[in-house]
Design a protein around this ligand. Structure first.
Ligand SMILES: *[C@@H]1O[C@H](CO)[C@@H](O)[C@H](O)[C@H]1NC(C)=O
Ligand SMILES: *[C@@H]1O[C@H](CO)[C@@H](O)[C@H](O)[C@H]1NC(C)=O
Ligand SMILES: *[C@@H]1O[C@H](CO)[C@@H](O)[C@H](O)[C@H]1NC(C)=O
Ligand SMILES: *[C@@H]1O[C@H](CO)[C@@H](O)[C@H](O)[C@H]1NC(C)=O
Ligand SMILES: *[C@@H]1O[C@H](CO)[C@@H](O)[C@H](O)[C@H]1NC(C)=O
Ligand SMILES: *[C@@H]1O[C@H](CO)[C@@H](O)[C@H](O)[C@H]1NC(C)=O
Length: 443
């Protein structure tokens, strides 16, 4: 299910006249990266979610960190960074987030406090075929959606979505190069090519329910076949032929999220899909102050990349053209790391060691340094095309209080320097300010 969050998109246009981008309207060279939410920029815009089709050129987005087989358990959040801090080094930081994640009793909780857009927790390593597995207790309540997905930068998507109004089943969906919302109802049109017209199916979850009980949800993603497996039982299999070759084909990131699909400002269709408008005075909100989804151990097992892929290193995937097809992805030794929030795939080391970059990006904690590795942070998780990721454009827990100082530091810095590179570093930081502003307005 795909949805837009019009309110956020409109808001971002007002708060900061970001240039929008799409496959038919690419970004300009000075802000070459098209974020997951269709806006041009540098830095975080060029990391996770950067859309090669809307970007200035195929090498504008930073190379994508290669798959790493790994198990994640939750003793702390040391391997996670706020979306305003991550600069592409997935070896140092496995996850990027926005919103309100918390580790409790060895589990990762994603929270959605009253009137917020929830939490997005995105893995920074891309997977190009593999199996992912997560122990999950979903959140609950009308309009509350918990998601566990694989999403590529050209919006191929495979997901599990838990609609809080129905705790007996989980939805399984896939999208191929996510189709935009054509009729304005906030929902993705069915892909004309699909055999059945259904990219969505419900998987019944045996046992009590998805909220009270732990269940293990797996996605086994192979070039020829895609399977959703719940508690070890295959609940859905799609072969390449059944989908007119339109199962996901491009390197994808695993994302966990909790988001308010039933937020009153969302499109009617989205709210209906989510089981109705969200109740911000529910039992969970009254009792604990937030909705919450819980994730236990998460495992990623990488499979071999497609045979015949062009390989010149071990570090990253890159697109070699903007078709967004499997055949146009290569494996390289190119670095995935950006020097600053002003850097891009075209000039990755910009600001890396200059004093200006460090003063902008690291000496002041209140100074956000850019957007998200997560889902672009700009919109709400669901860009026009992808469905479930999440909406989190909220910034961290401290977003409310840091908004003012962030804006203030941005303007202070603006007044004191004029180097061209610096200007780009600044634009990157404005992105973060915007994220903070959006979070504030949402509340
Ligand atoms: C990868 O690195 C090569 C050699 O440094 C460079 O020519 C190429 O543009 C890079 N590609 C991308 C997508 O960054
Ligand atoms: C990325 O992080 C790792 C681990 O902290 C570190 O060894 C490596 O030098 C970093 N790479 C870059 C390019 O900063
Ligand atoms: C999944 O179940 C919900 C009700 O819980 C229903 O509204 C929806 O149509 C079902 N989806 C499919 C694809 O069967
Ligand atoms: C699917 O891919 C195969 C092999 O690339 C091709 O022969 C076939 O025509 C494709 N089918 C569709 C419906 O596009
Ligand atoms: C990939 O890394 C392995 C060791 O980790 C190395 O032996 C191999 O040569 C590398 N391959 C390429 C193409 O760089
Ligand atoms: C924050 O930035 C200001 C202005 O650049 C600087 O004077 C101040 O020392 C910085 N604070 C810290 C803690 O680095």
């Amino acid at each position: 299910m795909v949805r837009f969050v019009p309110a956020l998109l409109a808001l971002s246009a007002t708060a900061w006249a970001a240039q929008s981008c799409s496959a038919s309207s690419q970004c300009p060279e000075d802000k070459p990266c098209c974020s997951q939410y269709g806006e041009c920029g540098t830095g975080a815009f060029c990391l996770g979610g950067c859309d090669v089709q809307g970007s200035f050129s195929t090498d504008s987005c930073a190379p994508m960190p290669i798959c790493e087989s790994k198990s994640y358990t939750w003793d702390n959040l040391d391997n996670a960074a706020l979306n305003t801090k991550y600069l592409g080094n997935a070896s140092a930081t496995d996850w990027t987030y926005s919103g309100f994640p918390k580790v409790t009793d060895g589990n990762l909780e994603l929270h959605m406090p009253k009137n917020t857009v929830g939490t997005l927790f995105a893995n920074n390593h891309y997977i190009w075929y593999g199996k992912v597995s997560a122990k999950i207790k979903s959140s609950r309540g009308a309009g509350v959606v918990t998601a566990f997905i694989l999403l590529s930068d050209v919006k191929d998507e495979i997901d599990y979505e838990f609609v809080g109004a129905d705790l007996t089943a989980v939805q399984t969906n896939y999208y191929w190069q996510g189709v935009p919302d054509l009729d304005g109802d906030g929902m993705q049109e069915r892909h004309a090519n699909q055999e059945t017209g259904h990219n969505s199916a419900n998987a019944t979850v045996n046992g009590e329910d998805t909220y009270s009980d732990w269940h293990t949800y797996e996605i086994d993603w192979q070039p020829e076949q895609l399977q959703w497996i719940v508690d070890g039982k295959v609940t859905r299999t799609l072969t390449k032929a059944q989908t007119y070759n339109e199962t996901s084909k491009t390197p994808s990131r695993m994302q966990l999220s909790l988001w308010p699909a039933g937020q009153a400002s969302n499109a009617e269709g989205t709210i209906a899909w989510a089981g109705g408008e969200i109740n911000w005075d529910s039992e969970d909100i009254k009792k604990q102050g937030y909705y919450s989804a819980t994730f236990g151990q998460i495992d990623v097992q990488c499979y071999d990349p497609p045979s015949g892929v062009s390989t010149s290193g071990n570090d990253s995937y890159i697109y070699t053209s903007d078709t967004g097809l499997q055949s146009d992805v290569a494996i390289t030794g190119n670095s995935t790391v950006l020097g600053s929030m002003g850097a891009t795939g075209l000039d990755p080391t910009l600001g890396a060691h200059s004093s200006s970059a460090s003063s902008t990006s690291s000496s002041n904690d209140t100074m956000p340094t850019g957007g998200s590795g997560g889902a672009g942070a700009m919109g709400s998780g669901h860009s026009s095309s992808s469905s479930s990721s999440s909406s989190s454009s909220s910034s961290s827990d401290d977003s409310g209080s840091s908004t003012t100082s962030a804006a203030a530091s941005a303007s202070t810095t603006a007044g004191t320097n004029s180097a061209p590179g610096q200007e780009r570093v600044l634009q990157g930081s404005l992105f973060a300010v915007l994220v903070a502003v959006v979070a504030l307005v949402m509340q």
